[in-house]
Design a protein around this ligand. Sequence first.
Ligand code: KMH
Ligand code: ZN
Length: 281
Amino acid sequence: MSAVPADRLLITVAPTGAETTKADCPQLPTTLEELVATAKECEAAGAAMIHVHIRDDEHRPTLDLGRLTDTVTALKESTDLVVQLSTGGSVHDPLESRLKVLDAEPDSCSLTMGTTNFGDDVFLNPWPFVCELYQLSQDRGVVPEFELFDLGQVHALNRLLERYGLPAGGKVHVDLVMGVPGGMNGTTDALVAAVRDLPAATTSWSATGIGRSTLAVMLASLSKGGHLRVGMEDVLTLSRGVPVESNAQLVQRAVEVGQLAQRTPMTPDEARSLLGLDNLR
Ligand code: KMH
Ligand code: ZN
């Protein structure tokens, strides 16, 4: 496929995450049926990629390999979305289980470039683990999305690419995860600094702002020509005191804000081209 036109906007939906409980947020998609229904709605609304965390029968985060594999299969049968599995899991998941996520054969996996204070917890990503996961993704032909929570992780990504070369598929896609308590601020200034220092090999990048930073980061990303990640993993209110009812509502809002910036939502096929998945077929 030819190059994706510059006015196209990649919208990734992160519908569930690992932090919010079903009890606190009954509209959070935690069962496979709910996840598939959400994925279909979000695809219809304009999303091209889905970033997936799954839950067990008690709605608790899990990295159970059988469930992950069934989830990839179900999403591929029911949608055309690029399926990205989280290798971050929850802050309680052991590193070995996080490496095994790639056995579920997703199109893409998240790959966080360093350890981050995560609210009162620690999201552990020691350098040797980052290197092992990256090399595994290269061996398996899984396209990583480099998740950067902090400016130091921008530097770490430069170091990783210098040491191990390009990802499977040959493209470098980055997601700036901003506004996590312990990571970089969800501000235009922080976004500009992070984008300025991205590796020269970067071919695309998106950004998401956690909680109330969501709109500031969305506007900053669009104004710098970036892409967007939205979803209930990252934000649960539309405005102060107004709860999000569905992930599709957040995708719809991203489409509308993107339209103001004269950007058109990318199709899943265009996303595959953008991310280098075409080169792996
Ligand atoms: N749940 C966070 C601890 C990822 O998906 O790779 C990690 C996270 C990042 O959400
Ligand atoms: Zn995640």
